[in-house]
Design a protein. Structure first.
Length: 121
């Protein structure tokens, strides 16, 4: 029986390829109430400009938004409500440990990374 064959060693070549780098875990920005939506949009844009992957959720109640943050494996959630806006702060919740702290609304990237490190403790 006649036959034709060909082999390129694809499996060996595939072993030489490194694993793709993991994508950074996002930060979920969660506005609570209509007044907080504008502030959340500004904060999300600021964090994106500083190199963070940001998920901004508007739909559903707070519990549903937090479930979404867990589903997308967010590193942290930044909660903004009317009370926080009046004091120019946001609540930063570490989604790995559940710990949370208030942080200034104009938080810089280096400060956020440091605070997330402290929260993860």
């Amino acid at each position: 029986m006649a036959g034709v064959g060909w082999a390129a060693g694809i499996e060996r070549l595939a072993l030489l390829i490194d694993e793709p780098p993991l994508s950074p875990r996002p930060v979920a920005v969660v506005p609570i109430g209509e007044a907080a939506e504008a502030a959340a949009l500004v904060l999300a844009e600021t964090l994106r400009n500083q190199g963070f992957a940001v998920d901004l959720g508007y739909s559903g109640n707070l519990q549903r938004r937090m479930r979404r943050a867990n589903r997308i494996n967010a590193r942290a959630a930044v909660l903004i409500g009317d009370d926080e806006i009046s004091r120019n702060v946001a609540t930063l919740r570490d989604l790995d440990s559940g710990e949370q702290r208030e942080v200034p609304m104009d938080l810089r990237a280096s400060e956020l990374r440091a605070r997330l490190g402290k929260l993860g403790g």
